[in-house]
Design a protein around this ligand. Sequence first.
Ligand SMILES: *Cc1c(COP(=O)(O)O)cnc(C)c1O
Length: 357
Amino acid sequence: MPRPISATIDAAALAHNLGVARAHAPHAKAFAVIKANAYGHGLLRAAAALRGADGFAVIEFDAAVRLRDAGYTQRIVLLEGFFDAREAAEGAARHLSAVVHTDDQLALLDAVAAGARLDVLLKVNSGMNRLGYAPGAVHGAWAKLQEHPGVGKLTLMTHFADADGARGVAWQMAIFERAVAGIAAPRCLANSAATLRYPETHGDWIRPGIMLYGASPFAERSAAQLGLLPAMTLASEIIGVCDLKPGDTVGYGGTFRAVRPMRIGIVACGYGDGYPRHAPSGTPVRVGDRLTATVGRVSMDTLCADITDMPQAGIGTPVVLWGEGNPVDMVAQAAGTVSYELLCALAARVPVIEQQH
Ligand SMILES: *Cc1c(COP(=O)(O)O)cnc(C)c1O
């Protein structure tokens, strides 16, 4: 038998979660955000499950090319635009859409062949202070894009810094509106959090990412409460059992010390599989059909689960590291990170199973 770890990707859950996004923004079109190998779920696998989307959004030029070559005819947008003239020329030939966020990038559009046209999303920096034109530079960039012979349809875009948090979006919406005043164009503003929480951001195109994978963008609302289904279940098995006496420690550094007799299950999953090494003792882990806690430091190939009160658990008992019955958001929270990081980090050595319904 092979090493028992696997990641199961549930295509029906992906499609369901896209439906949840659409239900929240019934008048907008949806770019399914499938950057970073579809948040670890597999680019083409996720695209197939999300083929009902009006478009796809990626960061990586080669991902956009793979989608086109696989036959997807929807809009495919590059969220960071082009990185060189070759990408601009080939991107136009493949009818990609590209974000433009600086004049340097705008200059790359000169590489678009005569007669070809590329759809552009002009990115406005409305307060995220990462990528995008400063509000005062938006009209100038807009004019250049409108005059550019290689540019086709134009869309206005911005990105929210705290749609999931206390600051919300109103302050950025105000900056955005002032920056684009007088420009009549479709808008693409909302990530998952804004899609779920702020209808006034929906505009013409939404850009849901994390919610498609069945994780919540909010700290205080669970994916289940939002009606989302987990798309990835990282599962393994117990491959060894240790009985601990009071005073015994577990794993590298002995960071966990038993204060009572304990039984721990050694699980075939570690940071070499993408499980976060910084997950402390107490991180939720499902063993059989019950939630318990990890103990000790995560190693490259194993971690340990407390099975003291689970006499039926032993070698071969199934374990869910995150996913079905053990929300990735709870694991991420215990590990001091977000679901995005855990999902993206799924290691290449973990076999992927496509769940059929
Ligand atoms: C990743 C990304 C998204 C999706 O964000 P989620 O929080 O995963 O919904 C949307 N827009 C841009 C520009 C992004 O980079």
